[in-house]
Structures are given as C-alpha cells and as structure tokens.
Write a protein that binds this ligand. Structure first.
Ligand code: 2BA
Length: 110
C-alpha cells in the first residue's frame, strides 16, 4: 500500500478528483495554502495498492498543468527620500508536487 500526497493547483483539483474517482480510486481533498505564494491550493491524499500507484501518478500528470504567476518581491528597507519600484518576478507553479509514502498499515474500521 502507498499513500500518494499530491499538492495541486485549485484550478486542476475538480477535474483531477473526478478522473481519480471515475477510475475507482479513493481520494481525500484538503484545502491548503502554499507557503511561498500564500495562495490556495489543494492537497490530495490517495491511498492505493502499490501496483496501482503508477496509474494514479499518470492520472495526476494528465490533469495537472503548470502556470506562471507574477509575484511582487518583498519591499526592501528604504530611507526617507529614496524610492523603490518593485518589479514583479515570474514564478512557475508546477503541475503537481507529489510525495509517495510507504504505508505501514491500512484499515477501514466499521
Ligand atoms: P508555494 O509554496 O506557494 O510555491 C509556489 C511556487 O513558487 C512553487 O511552485 C515554486 O515555483 C515557487 N517557489 C516556492 N518556494 C520558493 C522559493 N523558496 N524560492 C523561489 N521560488 C519558490 P511549485 O514548486 O510547483 O510548488 C507548488 C506548491 O506545492 C507550493 O506552493 C507548496 O504548497 C507545495 N510544495 C512544493 N514543494 C513542496 C515541498 N517540498 N514540501 C511541501 N509542499 C511543497
């Protein structure tokens, strides 16, 4: 058993979850926020038998898109009389950030 933790952009999450559930995979969707951009994203927890991990990774790849965002760098400390024009910096936010973890034990109780 593997636990796949995938951080995806909010725009891709609905389609990705639909694609996973249509193929019979179970997923838990957690609303999350990126530490760097401080924008909403979605973290999916997907528990699968090891043989299906490749299929899940393929579905994630097919449904996650890279996008570029412009962010304003932090203002430096400026002295009175000085001025500073911040140039936005382009950042590429990936399709998905994926962690694959080994699961020691999995149970559905009830
Ligand atoms: P954020 O932390 O908001 O990062 C958004 C994008 O900003 C990143 O895209 C990356 O292109 C850039 N970025 C992040 N930290 C940076 C830094 N210190 N310097 C320069 N640029 C930086 P992705 O790498 O595709 O990450 C998308 C989201 O996936 C992240 O949102 C975060 O929520 C999650 N993530 C990425 N790497 C992670 C990690 N090692 N552990 C946990 N979560 C991670």
């Amino acid at each position: 058993m593997k636990l796949i933790v995938a951080v995806v952009q909010g725009k891709d999450a609905d389609r990705l979850v639909q694609a996973l559930t249509a193929r019979g995979f179970r997923a838990t969707r957690i609303d999350s926020t990126g530490g760097f951009l401080r924008e909403s994203n979605v973290t999916l927890l997907i528990g699968v038998q090891e043989v299906y991990a490749v299929d899940v990774l393929r579905i994630i790849k097919d449904n996650s898109y890279s996008r570029t965002r412009f962010v304003n760098p932090l203002m430096p400390i400026i002295e009175p009389g000085e001025f500073f024009v911040a140039n936005p910096v382009e950042v590429e936010v990936g399709g998905a950030t994926v962690f694959v973890l080994r699961v020691e034990r999995y149970e559905r109780i009830g």
